[in-house]
Design a protein. Structure first.
Length: 410
């Protein structure tokens, strides 16, 4: 490289992020994070003579995943992002891989992205308040990244985004648009948006359709349990579905609260089934930090400790809580008289709460400690007892989990 070219190239570390820049034609920002989990889990369900127990009791410490990200600019009108992850089960996959064309007030994305997901689904796993997302986000697949094209138009306190998508970038190329197709849009409005106070409203719509022989299924693990048994399941039942959601986010000083509700209508061989759920999440920083917000995307961002560890302080500490509710019970699902035999022990309701303490010693490093209690109702259909129909005891239960997630990043 010539001395002139070297003079145009620069490398620096800004905050915790390594950054490379060559003239005004190319830039690259590098980041990575690794997640390590410990959990102690117990689930107790009712018993039914002649049927195996659904009870579980286990604890483990495991490497969850490692993620690396590279993003930056190409020229004056293009941005890009690449994000790749390595799961603890030795599975490697791509998340983001897209090009963004941008100008003031407008962005267009081509490639694998999740620019149009709900608030909980679009907030990065690096900054969410708990180790795992809400029940509705997981059950309705509201955090998925897929191949497609999306557009975002935005102003001083609002944004409108919409996209057309196919399948995952990790599928064979001939299945990118032959496995599924869907349209999704989301709009947000922040009438209050300053350094000390944020008020945000949002609404979203998603229309999905399977383009192959597969069917959509809806299922859920216990709250804050990222692996293991999905005690609540519908099985594969739907060729297409429509999801409508609403969201509110408010933050003032060290306090923040957010609420989301999602309603999903699934078109099945036995008519339309309507599922729904919601969550309410709160946090309070004992050390005085305020959650940040991007009006362009309508999401929150990294927390920066006021007094980081090693620089005259102990980092940021917050207490967090969340209530979760998910209802996958409708129509003949879970009914002993269901015309589709394998529907008879499906569906049900799940609800519960999480409480926790988060410690951010420095930016992009988080230790999340939480306890969650989950209750299950009617998740194994009905039985006939003394000439009366009752919910199978196997479907009613409770789980408890203590979880610690250590996230190291830069």
């Amino acid at each position: 490289m010539s001395s002139n070219a070297m003079a145009q190239a620069s490398f620096k570390i800004e905050g915790t992020t390594p950054k490379f820049k060559y003239n005004n034609s190319f830039s690259a920002n590098f980041s990575a994070r690794a997640l390590y989990d410990y959990y102690d889990f117990d689930a107790d369900f009712g018993e039914l003579t002649g049927s195996p127990s659904r009870d579980e009791n286990k604890n483990d410490a495991l490497f969850k995943r490692a993620i690396w990200t590279m993003d930056g600019k190409i020229g004056t009108k293009l941005k890009y992002k690449l994000e790749h992850q390595y799961e603890g089960d030795a599975k490697a996959s791509w998340d983001d891989a897209y090009i963004e064309y941008y100008q003031p007030g407008l962005s267009i994305y081509i490639g694998s992205n999740h620019q149009v997901n709900s608030l909980d689904g679009q907030n990065s796993s690096a900054i969410i308040q708990f180790s795992n997302r809400s029940l509705i986000t997981n059950a309705f697949a509201m955090s998925a990244r897929n191949i497609g094209i999306a557009m975002r138009k935005y102003g001083k306190n609002w944004q409108l985004s919409a996209g057309i998508y196919g399948g995952s970038i990790n599928l064979p190329m001939n299945r990118y648009f032959s496995s599924q197709r869907y349209f999704q849009m989301r709009t947000t409005y922040a009438p209050i948006n300053n350094k000390n106070e944020i008020l945000h409203f949002g609404a979203s719509l998603r229309l999905r359709n399977r383009a192959d022989e597969g069917l959509y299924s809806y299922s859920s693990r216990p709250i804050q349990m990222a692996i293991g048994t999905q005690f609540l399941q519908t099985g594969s039942i739907s060729k297409s579905d429509t999801t409508i959601g609403g969201e509110i986010f408010y933050a003032k000083g060290p306090f923040s609260t957010q609420f989301e509700k999602q309603n999903l209508s699934a078109r099945t061989l036995d008519g339309n089934l309507n599922f729904h759920g919601a969550y309410w999440e709160n946090s309070y920083f004992l050390t005085g930090e305020t959650r940040t917000y991007s009006v362009v995307r309508g999401i929150s961002d990294y927390v920066k400790p006021i007094h980081p560890l090693g620089k005259g302080g102990y980092g940021a500490v917050s207490i967090v809580s969340r209530l979760d509710y998910l209802d996958l019970q409708d129509g003949n699902l879970g009914k002993i008289s269901a015309p589709i035999t394998n529907w008879r022990n499906r569906g049900g309701i799940e609800y519960g709460y999480s409480i926790g303490i988060n410690w951010h010693p420095v930016e992009r490093v988080i230790i999340r400690t939480s306890y969650a209690n989950t209750k299950f109702k009617a998740t194994r259909g009905q039985i006939l007892q003394s000439s009366n129909l009752i919910d199978s005891p196997l479907g009613n239960g409770e789980s408890k989990i203590f979880n610690i997630r250590t996230q190291m990043g830069f």
